[in-house]
Design a protein around this ligand. Sequence first.
Ligand SMILES: C[S@@+](CC[C@H](N)C(=O)[O-])C[C@H]1O[C@@H](n2cnc3c(N)ncnc32)[C@H](O)[C@@H]1O
Length: 272
Amino acid sequence: MSSPAFSRMLDAIDRGAFPRTRKWAWRGLYNMLSRFWRDDDWRFMNYGFVPDGAPFPLKPEDEEERAFIGLYQQAVEGLPVAGARVLEVGSGRGGGSRYLARYYAPASVVGLDYSPETVRLARRLNADAPALSFETGDAERLPFPDGSFDIVINIESSHCYANVPAFTAEVARVLAPGGWFTFADMRGRGMIAELDRQLAAPGLELAEGRDLSKGVVAALNMADARKRARIGKAFLMQRFITEFAGAKGSMLYKGLAGGEVSYVARRYRKVA
Ligand SMILES: C[S@@+](CC[C@H](N)C(=O)[O-])C[C@H]1O[C@@H](n2cnc3c(N)ncnc32)[C@H](O)[C@@H]1O
């Protein structure tokens, strides 16, 4: 089932090739998805995470999204979210920001995304959540003043950026002293050391690192039937979308299951 276009894309991400072109292409892809695929029940665009152990608490109406919420739950578990000013960079359709706003009583949550169509959709899909807003903007040039957030969260978005160090320097700038940066994304196994170098901005101190790959594969298994039903409705590019979605048997699924691709989480503290 592997799609040659998808395979070339993964390869280019790993090599860091054509950063500006890739960044532009990702924005086009997300704009297109949000323009033509506007289902009200599609609020997440991540591969999900199922933690070991007892399931975390969720309201019955959110159970269907458990796998995708899992990446957000692990990202903020134990962090002081209540009363915090939270920024999500790469918020997509807004399901993760909505989860934070509804479950953790933050002072505010701002979701920022580079794709204007996706921001418009996120506003529509999440209009009912408290203290939540969405803005269009670039991770590499955050449109916020210095020290204006207590927590910055970034889930499965950094692989789209042209310049990850520019992004992390911006995170360090907009975080208040003592604030938290919580990150999750995937790379080829051989690129994780380079990713860690890119994330280590001056002013950010590494507090915790984990490999989430096993729980991500469990989530891909859990969500497979639902994804396939959605993909079945697509008129075009079904092979590409199957790869993009990480469906069972896709290159990405095999890479994660076989250890050639690693999905990692990191937490950094802004030093005072
Ligand atoms: C795989 S989706 C993940 C969305 C969301 N975090 C989730 O888990 O559902 C990646 C998102 O990152 C956004 N993105 C890509 N490049 C960006 C950039 N330079 N600045 C901000 N957002 C960006 C995309 O538009 C897309 O919505």
